[in-house]
Design a protein around this ligand. Structure first.
Ligand code: AHR
Length: 784
């Protein structure tokens, strides 16, 4: 135990502004918007679902025919006389025999439409009778259970053969989370329906077309300083024409009345109604006190290499300029007036704008310059965010930084999803970053998992972000929301189904850092803490060598390994692989050189070489032409969780011979293709620091905040000294997460198993003796 150890906080020595450091990132994936935060309960309300969204979708997805008694009806989707040209499809119900009721039902998302007793539900739709003779048509609206039990009923009367909007309220007398919205009539004839909508009356802040209250509340309770939106890959994956069904995310498509917003394919394999659009995003940011950080596409889709010619870039740049005007312009400007018309004459005070999302490839950087110049010329105060790709290091990462420096971008968006051990090993990542460079916007990061261990490691890493506020401007965990029945990506900060929501352990770490960010970092140092140890996951060098990625037909030959220390040389048999991975050897060497020739014979990917493999969950590998055959990556996998150490662009051609070389010098790894250096990285050892800590001061309260994370499996006793405070006693609060198993998680059953606990703290004079429990996260808030 470090009984004489101290952490000294120099309470009057303000260092760096923490600005807007900790915020959130919203991307519509995992049904985060439709079927998530956006409170609409009807799925496929405008009958626009189609196979372009998802191979299993069709215009009647989530709709079923209803025939009661001897009713007989046909339902189909038409587009001959649409309500809106942009969303042409509508439903036709052709009632031949109405029996006890003929019509349709919507089954909502997840298990159905969540119906709560005591709440009101606002129904609306556009309808028209198809022939005057069948009018008026009385339509019964009902909220029912799966078994047909009726919880709420109301009626509308369709009296026109022109599209007309109808509204009604439904007030259920029971709770059922597997409900259905049922529309039936006992009239005969044809009825056309479009934009069939059901919202809970209670949305977050009672906004019409608003947000689901429970999810929004959880977001608000984070108190984020900013919100990045609406993606992610969602933003830049798509066609270049804004009118295409699968266009890139174009913000002008997302404002105005909801029926006017064109339905769009999302790259996450579902349909976006765009009901949650830019106006709602800005409004929501305002409601939760977060600065908006929109991300715009730059006319380049790196996933499919769709590229706007430079001479056609202006409309894309105009989109950026117009967005700034929409957010900030006076009501006498075109887009400021539009904002006012939508209900918000006051500006939204946009300060930051992201151009591009994890971009790779020269075409992006060529185009970025044009955006940057035009935006800075007109709006010099807008802080522009450049992109450094989806990896923590390598050629595209460096390319992003180069562009940011050349253009004088304010921030650079870094993204990485890595193993917990990588986060520990890279705690000092930003220590050497320069103050006068663009600032880091860590726009997406997470360790793989939602266990307490992940949260603990992220907390440790975040103290490193705070300590390096000279270099790190903004940071947000990603992704944020996940509907448990529609998972595109794990881990996520918040999980929900159609009626429940919970924050993960990671959520509560983010919350601690947001609630207790402070305005300025303070100088802080430790003395007398024991030397750090190695994490349990530390793997000594050596292990198996294997070739093949298990799916790409390829020929690996002329394979040899040389021990660089002893000169020993080994050769191996040629491997003609179909879809297997072949073990070559198990070596315990620390310094060696592997050389081989490889030829891809077919398939979509390229080559893979495993080395230093202890088992298939603990291995290093070099993959050339992996996902989308675009990259060469060096990765380290620990306990089945990957960390990409470095990446370079590389495409493997079929039937071409490549000379591949891998050079291992302890933890230092280099790779070569045909003699050219491709990857170089240090597989850093996940050393555990004695304690991870940072300190800050909050201007408004004068409170001194000290965050301490103990990752070790044993308690650490330390004295906290608040230097330059002269008092008989210091008082404050402690917020602490501790006492959990490392693999504990929150869940629907135990949503708050892992949450910070609060207690008082008192110290004599300016000192507090404290024993940090093993594997704990502690935040002290000392009152001035
Ligand atoms: O957050 C999930 C995805 O991860 C984002 O869309 C993308 O930016 C990143 O690759």
């Amino acid at each position: 135990m470090d009984s004489k150890a101290t952490i000294t906080v120099y309470t009057k020595e303000k260092k760096e502004s923490l600005g807007d450091m900790f915020g959130i990132f919203f991307e519509d994936l995992n049904h985060a918007a439709d079927g998530g935060l956006y409170a609409e309960l009807v799925q496929n309300r405008s009958f626009e679902f189609a196979p372009i969204d998802n191979a299993d979708y069709h215009p009647l997805t989530a709709w079923e025919k209803v025939e009661r008694g001897n009713a007989h009806t046909e339902i189909y989707v038409d587009k001959e006389h649409p309500l809106i040209e942009k969303n042409p499809h509508y439903l036709v119900i052709d009632i031949v025999e109405s029996g006890d009721g003929a019509g349709v039902m919507n089954i909502g998302y997840n298990s159905g439409i969540p119906i709560k007793k005591g709440e009101n539900y606002l129904f609306s739709c556009y309808a028209r009778g198809n022939s005057k003779s069948a009018l008026p048509m009385s339509i019964t609206l009902a909220l029912e259970g799966k078994d047909g039990r009726v919880y709420a009923k109301n009626e509308i009367t369709v009296s026109s053969s022109e599209w007309t909007q109808y509204e009604a309220t439904l007030a259920p007398n029971e709770t059922d989370y597997s409900g259905r919205l049922v529309l039936t009539t006992t009239s005969k004839g044809k009825l056309c329906l479009d934009m069939v909508s059901l919202f809970p009356e209670k949305t977050f802040n009672n906004r019409p077309n608003g947000m689901r209250e429970d999810i929004a509340k959880l977001l608000a309770e984070l108190k984020p300083k900013f919100m990045r939106f609406p993606g992610g890959c969602l933003v830049h994956d798509g066609s270049l024409n804004a009118d295409d069904r699968d266009s890139m995310y174009r913000w002008k498509n997302t404002i105005g009345s909801v029926e006017q917003r064109p339905s769009r394919r999302s790259n996450w394999n579902y349909n976006q109604t765009l009901g949650l659009g830019y106006y709602e995003y800005f409004q929501f940011c305002e409601d939760i006190g977060a600065k908006p950080i929109p991300v715009l596409p730059a006319g380049y889709d790196p996933h499919h290499q769709r590229i706007v010619p430079i001479e056609e870039l202006q409309p894309w740049i105009d989109d950026a300029l117009d967005l700034i005007e929409f957010a900030n312009g006076s009501t006498s400007t075109i887009w400021g007036a539009k904002r006012a018309e939508l209900g918000h004459p006051e500006p939204f005070y946009l300060e930051y704008l992201g151009i591009g999302n994890e971009e790779v490839g020269e075409p992006f950087f060529e185009r970025y310059e044009y955006f940057h110049k035009a935006i800075k010329e007109k709006y010099p105060d807008i802080k522009l965010i450049n992109s450094s790709g989806p990896f923590a290091a390598g050629s595209e990462y460096e390319r992003g930084w180069k562009s940011a420096r050349e253009n004088k971008s304010d921030l650079v968006d870094e993204h990485y999803y890595q193993s917990p051990e990588w986060f520990l090993a890279n705690y000092h990542r930003y220590d050497e970053f320069k103050k006068d460079d663009p600032k880091v916007f860590l726009g997406e990061y997470a360790s793989w998992g939602n266990t307490y261990y992940n949260a603990l490691v992220e907390a440790a890493f975040m103290t490193g972000l705070e300590k390096n506020a000279h270099a790190v401007g903004l940071a947000c965990y990603a992704p944020m929301l996940c509907n448990v029945d529609y998972v595109n990506w794990k881990p996520d900060l918040i999980w929900f189904n159609n009626h429940q929501v919970f924050g993960t352990a990671n959520y509560y770490v983010q919350q601690l850092f947001m609630h207790h960010q402070g305005d300025y970092t303070l100088k802080v140092e430790s003395n007398g803490l024991e030397d750090p140890g190695l994490n349990d996951s530390y793997q000594p060098p050596g292990g198996k060598i294997l070739v093949g990625d298990g799916q790409t037909p390829a020929h690996y030959y002329d394979i040899k390994i040389v021990n660089k220390k002893t000169g020993e040389e080994k050769s191996y048999r040629n491997c003609l692989l179909e879809n297997e991975v072949v073990e070559l050897d198990h070596i315990e060497w620390e310094n060696y050189h592997l050389s081989l020739k490889a030829k891809k014979i077919g398939g979509r990917r390229g080559f893979k070489i495993y080395f230093g493999q202890k088992c298939d969950k603990n291995t290093l590998f070099w993959e050339i032409g992996g996902w989308q055959n675009q990259d060469a990556v060096l990765c380290s996998e620990i306990n089945g969780r990957n960390a990409c150490l470095t990446q370079s662009l590389f495409k493997v051609e079929t039937n071409r011979e490549y000379h591949l070389e891998l050079e291992v010098k302890g933890r230092h790894i280099r790779t070569f293709v045909d003699g050219a250096l491709i990857n170089e990285s240090e597989d850093k050892i996940p050393i555990i620091e004695h304690l991870y800590y940072s300190a800050s001061v909050e201007d408004l309260t004068g409170d001194v905040i000290v965050k301490v994370v103990n990752v070790q499996g044993k308690p650490v006793k330390t004295q906290i000294v608040l230097d330059q405070i002269e008092k008989e006693t210091i008082t404050g609060k402690i917020y602490e997460m501790s006492g959990y198993e490392l693999n504990d998680e929150n869940s629907f059953k135990s949503p708050v198993k892992i949450v910070p606990k609060q207690k008082d703290v008192t110290g004599s004079a300016n000192k507090v003796d404290y024993e940090f429990p093993k594997q704990s996260i502690t935040v002290f808030r000392f009152h001035s």
